[in-house]
Each structure stands twice: as C-alpha cells, then as structure tokens.
Design a binder for this molecule. Sequence first.
Ligand SMILES: Cc1cc2nc3c(=O)[nH]c(=O)nc-3n(C[C@H](O)[C@H](O)[C@H](O)COP(=O)(O)O)c2cc1C
Length: 302
Amino acid sequence: MPDKDTDNTVNDKDTQDFTPEMNPPDRDLPAPEGELVGSTGFLRRFLDTPADNTAKTVIVALGLCLVASMVVSAAAVSLRPLQERNAALDKQVNIVEVAGLYEDGVDVAEAFEAFEPHVLELASGEFTDEFDPYEFDDRAAAADLTLSAPLEDDPASIRRQANYVTIYLLRNEDGSLDKVILPVYGYGLWSTLYGFIAVEEDGNTIYGLQFYEHAETPGLGAEVDNPRWKSLWRDKLLRTEDGEGELAITVAKTPPPEGREYHVDALSGATLTSRGVDNLVRFWMSERGFEPFLERVRAGEI
Ligand SMILES: Cc1cc2nc3c(=O)[nH]c(=O)nc-3n(C[C@H](O)[C@H](O)[C@H](O)COP(=O)(O)O)c2cc1C
C-alpha cells in the first residue's frame, strides 16, 4: 500500500474536487523575474474571457479592422507607382490607337515615340517652352488656380479650363504634318469622359475619336468604346467651308441641315451620354478650345 502522505500521483478524485471558485495553485505565485507581468496577465485574462463577452467581441472586431486597414493602406501605397505607370501606358495606347497606328502585338512604347508632344497655349494656339511636355500634367493644370480659369458658360461641364494642354503631332517621313492628336474631356451621364480626337493635316477632317477613361454604363453609355460607333467619326468634318465656316460637327439622332458629313449618330439608348460627347467635342473644337491652333494647322504653319 503506498503511503497516503507521500503519494504525489493525481487521482480522479483530486480533479473532480477542483471547482471554478478555487484559484489554480500557480495563480498566486509571483511571476518569474523578467516576465512581462502586465501584458501577459492582461492577455491571459483576455483569452480566458468567454467568447460571447461584448467587450471581447468589440476589441477583436476593432483589432481586425485595424489590421485589415493597415494591409489595404500598405497595398494602396506600394501599388500606386504601378497604377500610375499603367495609366500612362493606357493613355499612350489610346494616342497610338486614335492615330490608327495600333495593331495586335505592337510595342506601344516604341510606337508612341513617333509622336511629338507639345504644350499648347489654348488662347493663342502657340506652343510654349515654359513647360516640359513630357512632364506637364494636364489634369493638375486644370485644377491649378494659377494655370486655369473658371468657366461661366460650361457646356462640357468641366467647371475650370486649363490655359495650357499637351497635344501630340504625328509627322510623315518627309517632316510634313500627318495628324494632330488633341485631348478632349467632358461630362456624360455618370462620369467625365477623357479621350483624344485625331484631326487630319487639313485641320478640319476627323480621323478618329477615342475615350480612355469614363464610367458610363456598360451596354449603354459605354458603347462610346464600341469600334462600330467609333468608326462613324472617320472623315467627318468639323467646320463648313473647308474649315473656315461654322462649327458644324454634331452627335445627334437626326442629321443637321448642314449635312451628313458633319453628323455622327447618337448611341441608341444612351442619348444623355451622346449629348455629353456632342457638348464636349463642340466645346473643345470651338474658339475656346483648339480652334486658334486648328486655324494655324489649316494655314500650314505647323
Ligand atoms: C441603370 C441605368 C443606366 C443607364 N446608363 C446610361 C448611360 O450610361 N448613358 C445614357 O445616355 N443613358 C443611360 N441610361 C438611360 C437614360 O436614363 C435614358 O433613358 C437614356 O439616355 C435615353 O436614351 P434614348 O432616348 O436613346 O432611349 C441608363 C438607364 C438606367 C436605368
């Protein structure tokens, strides 16, 4: 028979006799030297708290939110340069495409080198050396109070207009002008549409119109990206009388009296986006937009 006083084995009866009211024996022992009494004690107590405790639920939820927001912020910050590079590349693709130089497998960066960027002063239609065309940020300029002016009559719904914009020239091998690529933007139904219009060397014939950014509804307003609709713009004329007359280009359900050469069919089921495109194209092709520059193109000065 083992001696009852010296027997250290734990029998079933010992465990059954332990009740939650009794402190486990090591709870009251002093922590070993160097142990973080406060934090581990708090952690232990927190972990021992029942899962349905409201405070514990709130703390866990807040902790998860904090970790998730840190992960999302870190991802957003680290991916921003990549996003900016992709946005710049997308813009280049559009410039190459609106000028008719894009085909599957083309090296866009290489094709883009064919274009000659210039910062244009809209009011005079003259190029300026004040800004580097490779660095100039058109959108930042439109928001800069010193580089833009508010619009009272604002058909394109852009509120402010920059005094300077970046345009691109495409030249033939002999150095003569082939096309000018002009940035245009304005409000549709849900969003601002950003794009480019390519005009032939005569300063009056449209080669193409293409948007690279908008948030119109897929299947309705977003049909501005439909190649069939885009093809309607080819060879349309901006102005009557070889460019010296009225601004006549229009996007409408029915052709204007001037004739079909100035008319692009509105998108069916997307009259409001079509009206936005009509407004923005007419605004940017007017005297307040690129007309001073197009006048110089028509005069053969570029
Ligand atoms: C969910 C929803 C999204 C729409 N998105 C557009 C749009 O992007 N562009 C547009 O012009 N009309 C859009 N519309 C339709 C317009 O409200 C309006 O009915 C249409 O522009 C009229 O065009 P229609 O005269 O050619 O039918 C949308 C309608 C709904 C219900």
